[in-house]
Design a protein around this ligand. Structure first.
Ligand code: CUA
Length: 187
């Protein structure tokens, strides 16, 4: 038994509930937009989780990238690390020697402007940005020689900025390292 008054009351309640849900969905949408905005702005303004800095002005004076520390080394934990820098218009060392079939960490930076480091015949391709260390895990399947051109325009001498990578047998590398702390194919 429904009187007209009851029906009016029912409609009013329905309208109120509808308004409430409308408000709630607007609040939810607002919250989501707010969260997305916050995350976007936060990510854009915060530095990346792992950024390593290297002052290009003092590279040659102290720290990891002094000339005597460049080239290939076997670290205390047995891992192979190659450190190199790019500058107008060469790489130091000019020729990198690495063992074949071995995980290698390539750590590079620039002493002046942005350079690129590309090792032909591999998928190794990284940028050397002044002020930052570029770290890249690399592995060479078999012995051989690769050219390593600068692949980022860095000035008038860019075309002539080349390096070389010599991949040698593991055993050859081990005996090379027996008598020295750093290796490169020029020495
Ligand atoms: Cu260095 Cu192009």
């Amino acid at each position: 038994m429904t009187s007209e008054a009851d029906q009016h009351l029912g409609e009013a309640v329905a309208a109120r509930i509808e308004r409430r849900w409308t408000m709630l969905s607007i609040v939810i949408v607002g919250l989501l937009v707010g969260m997305a905005t916050f995350i976007g702005v936060h990510q854009a303004t915060m530095p990346q989780g792992r950024v390593e800095l290297a002052n290009p002005g003092t590279l040659h004076l102290s720290g990891e990238f002094v000339e005597s520390n460049l080239g290939t080394s076997v670290e205390a934990d047995g891992s192979v690390v190659v450190r190199a820098i790019g500058q107008q218009y060469s790489f130091t060392p000019q020729c990198i020697v690495v063992p074949a079939d071995t995980p290698i960490t390539l750590r590079t930076t620039s002493a002046d402007v942005v350079h690129g480091l590309l090792i032909e015949g591999t998928n190794i391709n990284t940028m050397l940005v002044p002020g930052y260390v570029s770290e890249l895990p690399v592995r060479f399947k078999k012995p051989g020689e690769h050219v390593m051109p600068c692949q980022e325009f860095c000035g008038i001498g860019h075309q002539g900025m080349w390096g070389k990578v010599q991949v040698v047998e593991k055993g050859t590398f081990t005996s090379m390292m027996a008598s020295r702390r750093r290796a490169s194919c020029v020495d």
